[in-house]
Design a protein around this ligand. Structure first.
Ligand code: ATP
Length: 300
């Protein structure tokens, strides 16, 4: 087995009377998209700040690529967006990417910067002063900075905050593309449904501890998708899927639980029958139940 990218054991961090991390154990393998799930105040940002070398733990051990975080060997291999990521308001988006990387001793050429801005959809905005960017555009800028040097590990703290639906879809594609490039991606959210859409593993945090870890990419005996259609189209949608030999059960007003290999295939069948689904999303039986059971075990 390859060495884990991140290995934390008994990690604790106190801010005066607040115990933000309380004996947290995490192990993350290479080349995976790992979601860090937890309610507000669970300790996600604190863990990410430690991994990025921005704060030191009070106790416990942590290694990133086998090294203590914050060392130059780690800094060159990691890309980070932490809430309220820094930027220079008077510089353009393009010059921000250049300047923030120069701060780490990295000289990125204009093509590389343009490519990073293009990947986050800021190619048209790259020359505007960062102060004039919207919140979502600044979030995209932070992503461009984090990815521009093609790091081996991306640590993204609530990257979906402030993004519009197109931005969310772009973000998902970007994260998957980074994983497919070979990077390991750690991404936090307090929304299970958001992480479920693209993560390989979900690590669940509660009150500074890891309370559960679940792999989502293990082949399920029959993958299932939740398909939402207009309630008036439900019967026709079910009929079309069943006519194509696909098992489809009604799961609520306007929703079907469909046993099919991919969401795309479900979409194709429905569109072929003149029905455009409102949404098609993977359905992992029991993830939500598993999460709430872990919270209960942890004393909620
Ligand atoms: P959210 O989803 O709300 O961002 P989180 O899971 O990222 O939450 P953290 O930001 O890590 O949680 O905070 C964990 C706890 O530590 C909270 O109670 C928070 O108030 C506290 N905390 C975090 N940073 C500091 C700090 N610099 N000084 C004092 N307390 C802090």
């Amino acid at each position: 087995m390859t060495d884990p990218v991140i290995q934390a054991t008994g990690l604790s961090k106190s801010f005066k009377a607040t115990r933000a991390l309380d004996g947290c154990d995490v192990q993350i393998s290479t080349g995976r998209i790992v979601g860090l799930l937890g309610e507000n105040g669970a300790g996600k940002t604190t863990l990410m700040r430690i991994l990025a070398g921005l704060v030191r733990p009070t106790s416990g051990t942590v290694r990133v690529f086998g090294q203590p975080p914050g060392t130059s060997a780690v800094a060159g291999r990691i890309g980070v967006t932490i809430e309220g990521s820094a930027y220079y308001p008077w510089l353009s988006a393009h010059d921000n990417v250049a300047a923030l990387h120069r701060g780490f001793g990295r000289a990125l050429g204009p093509e590389r910067i343009a490519a990073a801005l293009g990947r986050v959809g800021l190619d048209q905005t790259g020359r505007r002063r960062a102060a004039t960017l919207s919140q979502g555009q600044r979030q995209r800028l932070a992503l461009a900075v984090a990815m521009a040097h093609e790091p081996d590990l991306l640590v993204l703290d609530e990257p979906a905050n402030g993004l519009d639906p197109t931005g969310m879809a772009d973000l998902r594609k970007l994260i998957v593309a980074e994983r497919d490039r070979g990077a390991t991606v750690l991404v936090s959210s307090h929304l299970l449904a958001e992480l479920e859409e693209f993560c390989d593993t979900v690590v669940m945090m509660h009150r500074g501890k890891v309370v559960g870890t679940r792999d989502l990419d293990q082949a399920e005996s029959s993958p299932r998708f939740l398909v939402e259609v207009q309630p008036g189209e439900l019967a026709a949608a079910q009929e079309a899927l069943e006519a194509a030999g696909v098992k489809a059960d009604q799961a609520g007003e306007g929703s079907l639980l469909v046993e099919i290999d991919s969401g795309r295939a479900a979409n194709q069948i429905l569109v072929g029958a003149g029905i455009v689904p409102e949404s098609v999303s993977p359905h992992h039986a029991g993830l939500e139940e598993y999460y709430f059971a872990r919270l209960k075990e942890a004393g909620e």
